[in-house]
Write a protein that binds this ligand. Structure first.
Ligand code: HEM
Ligand code: HEM
Length: 319
């Protein structure tokens, strides 16, 4: 791969088909996460005792619709979606190699393939070992893989190439970088604590405490983003804040439908009631989206910061 001289912000467009692979990968990832989340919510993690076979059958040939609506349907759907994600990750690496001239994009593609493969092996371990601790490790690793996929979708997009340059010259980065990192770090810890709460019912106080810390950090991130004088950073800060608000509501919903909240609402939780399945699943998925948004915020701030330092310079593509 050669790296031609390209002026900042004038990176050649990513070929349409490669862009479609990145978006297809993101969609497939969400399907995988959705099926995985339902699997956990309804306690179907051990619907099959084996892996990579499903009830002794080749996973691809297994008659998925014969178990429609049952526990096996969700767990097997998760496996099929994960397999699609794996295949698309291979296509991504090949695509990055033959099309994109930014070497680091190829690096991210390889990291995604390794991450998705590792994630799959962790899922397999959870089943073969019949051990919920592996489910926690599997659950905690997922947002890292998801964020890498989000990053590649972002950096191969038109916006990344074009908009940032005009925005960068007047931006005031200040503490934006620091708080972007702190928020992403705090949300990741919060995510792991959520995994403990979800799978083992432990770390309740820690999860609530970190929700407060994460909320304060997101608010500070929003505050410094508003003062950044940069539309991209500001927009990203508001986006993060909006997702946090929804997440807090779903957190409350997950709490009420799982543990009840007698002092506030007269409601008796019912295991696997539609509202409980919805709230618990939505809170998990929104937690992932929130973490992904925080990582994207880091990338955006870093991009603007980098552009500012290199403005008017001719550099290798997409450094
Ligand atoms: C792209 C690959 C994969 C991703 C991104 C992924 C992601 C996830 C996520 C987000 C959850 C929900 C965790 C939670 O709600 O706390 C989950 C659950 C689960 N995943 Fe995966 N997964 C992948 C591959 C696999 C594979 C190949 C298997 C093999 C069997 C697997 C088995 C499971 C099981 C059994 C659960 C339920 C765990 C439990 O609640 O006990 N996963 N996965
Ligand atoms: C910054 C805010 C929050 C974030 C990012 C967050 C994130 C998460 C995540 C990602 C999970 C599931 C992890 C997994 O297994 O994959 C979880 C579980 C949980 N969280 Fe939160 N959470 C937040 C705030 C809250 C709040 C304020 C409450 C309660 C009022 C709450 C209550 C719960 C409950 C009850 C569970 C377990 C749900 C279940 O059993 O399925 N969370 N949280």
């Amino acid at each position: 791969m050669t790296e031609p001289d390209l002026k900042l912000g004038e990176l050649n467009a990513t070929p349409k088909w490669f862009r479609r692979v990145t978006i297809g990968l993101l969609v497939s990832l969400f399907l995988t996460v959705f099926f995985g989340a339902i699997t956990t919510t309804i306690g179907a993690g051990m619907a099959f005792p084996d892996w990579p076979t499903s009830d002794g059958e080749n996973m691809i040939l297994y008659n998925w619709f014969s178990v429609f609506g049952e526990d096996k349907f969700w767990e097997h759907g998760h496996r099929l979606a994960a397999t699609t994600t794996g295949i698309l990750s291979i296509a991504l690496v090949i695509g990055a190699w033959v099309t994109d001239r930014r070497r680091w994009i190829f690096g991210i593609a390889v990291a995604i393939l390794l991450g998705v493969s590792f994630q799959g092996i962790l899922g397999g371990f959870r089943v073969l070992e019949n051990n919920v601790n592996w489910a926690i490790v599997h659950g905690s690793f997922a947002p890292l893989v998801a964020s890498l996929i989000m990053i590649i979708v972002f950096v191969t997009g038109r916006r990344y190439r074009q908009t940032a340059v005009e925005q960068a010259s007047n931006a005031k980065i200040g503490k934006n970088k620091l708080f972007a990192y702190l928020t992403a770090g705090s949300l990741y810890i919060q995510y792991i604590l959520g995994c403990f709460l979800r799978h083992k019912g432990t770390a309740v106080h820690e999860h609530l405490g970190f929700a407060a810390i994460s909320t304060v950090l997101v608010l500070i991130t929003l505050f410094v983003a508003i003062r950044s004088n940069c539309r991209i950073i500001k927009g990203s800060g508001f986006h993060l804040f909006g997702v946090l608000l929804i997440q807090l509501l779903f957190g409350l919903g997950a709490w009420i439908t799982r543990f009840s909240l007698p002092s506030v609402i007269d409601y008796v939780p019912v295991v696997e009631s539609p509202e409980q399945v919805f709230m618990r699943t939505a809170h998990m998925i929104m937690g992932m989206l929130l973490f992904m948004s925080a990582v994207l915020h880091v990338v955006k701030v870093k991009r603007i910061d980098w552009l500012q330092k290199h403005i008017d310079a001719t550099t290798p593509a997409g450094s």
